[in-house]
Design a protein around this ligand. Structure first.
Ligand SMILES: O=C(O)CCC(=O)C(=O)O
Ligand SMILES: [Fe+2]
Length: 297
């Protein structure tokens, strides 16, 4: 990933998908083509879904309990999260984050957060299935390539991000691709940017919309299919301080292969084959990009 020549470009309008009972789709005829090429699209938050518990967690997880009403959301900097292979991490960027696998949500989070994340998990799965279908992955292969996302035996976790405007660091979150198939993001402020060719373009996210990202596992899988999906390169630039309400909050649901699984790819002949172990792939990626691989995985 070399973006040294990248310049700031104009805002980018992402295609907006619609969510039906169990699928996402686009009204515009070229919606899927655009979304798969960019590796990103927008999705309206369902009218009956309350995102506040997620934002409350973002704004509290890093604080110490103080006997107040937010205590159930607090204390995660020091908690340890022994059951999780992920947990709390203070990154070299402005962001500090908490990552917890879906199987542990009810252990560590208040009920309203778990309820919200479970709804997001269903929506993420529906979006993933629709992306696989749109890029021409036959349904008979979905369970194999995802490790059983439909049965919740793949790898699904939430990332809870706190962007600290008060820290003068070079990035909000440094440019990266997500490693899995798909990530659904909700943020309380703008700041998400996409590398489009040579230009970093801020995405204008309308109120109550998720940004949906496609990641490396989707790109590798579909590379030789007629409608390949791209892994979007994205970042959040630093938030300068002091600004009123300067900290930024976002939370995501991620779905990818399990670390003990293979990544798959369709060959130019259309036949599905093994590509590389996902753990090996992830370790190599972390070395290339110069960050520490998760110590517990
Ligand atoms: O906060 C955002 O808008 C993006 C977060 C992100 O890229 C991530 O958690 O992988
Ligand atoms: Fe990301």
């Amino acid at each position: 990933m070399t973006t040294t020549t990248a310049v700031q470009g104009p805002p980018l309008t992402l295609p907006i998908a619609q969510l039906t009972d169990s699928a996402v789709d686009f009204a515009a005829p070229d919606g899927w083509e655009q979304a798969l090429r960019l590796g990103a699209f927008l999705l309206p938050v369902p009218a009956d879904l309350d995102v506040e518990p997620g934002l409350r967690l973002c704004r509290n997880f890093y604080l110490d309990p103080d006997g107040g009403p937010d205590d159930r959301y607090r204390g995660h900097r020091t908690r340890g999260h022994a059951a999780s292979k992920l947990g709390y991490e203070d990154r070299p960027d402005q962001v500090e984050q908490l990552q917890i696998e879906s199987i542990h949500w009810d252990k560590y989070f208040p009920e309203d957060v778990t309820g919200l994340l479970q709804r997001m998990r269903e929506l993420t799965l529906n979006a993933l299935n629709s992306c696989l279908a749109a890029s021409g992955v036959p349904e008979r292969d979905w369970d194999r390539v995802t490790g059983g996302a439909r049965q919740d035996t793949g790898w699904c976790y939430t990332t809870v991000n706190h962007y600290r405007a008060g820290l003068s660091r070079d990035h909000g979150i440094v440019e990266h691709t997500d490693s899995g198939f798909i990530t659904v993001i909700y943020a309380d402020q703008q700041g998400y940017e996409i590398l489009d060719g040579e230009r970093w373009r801020p995405v204008e996210v309308p109120p109550r919309h998720f940004v949906v990202n496609l990641g490396d596992a989707a790109e590798i899988l579909t590379k030789h299919l007629p409608r390949a999906a791209g892994a979007v390169i994205h970042r959040v630039p630093p938030r300068p301080a002091p600004v009123a309400n300067g900290d930024r909050s976002s939370f995501t649901v991620y779905m990818g292969p399990r670390m003990d699984m293979m990544l798959y790819q369709y060959g130019t002949n259309g036949v599905l084959g093994e590509y590389q172990g996902f753990r090996d792939y992830s370790v190599e990626k972390s070395k290339k990009l110069g960050y520490e691989f998760h110590s517990r995985i």
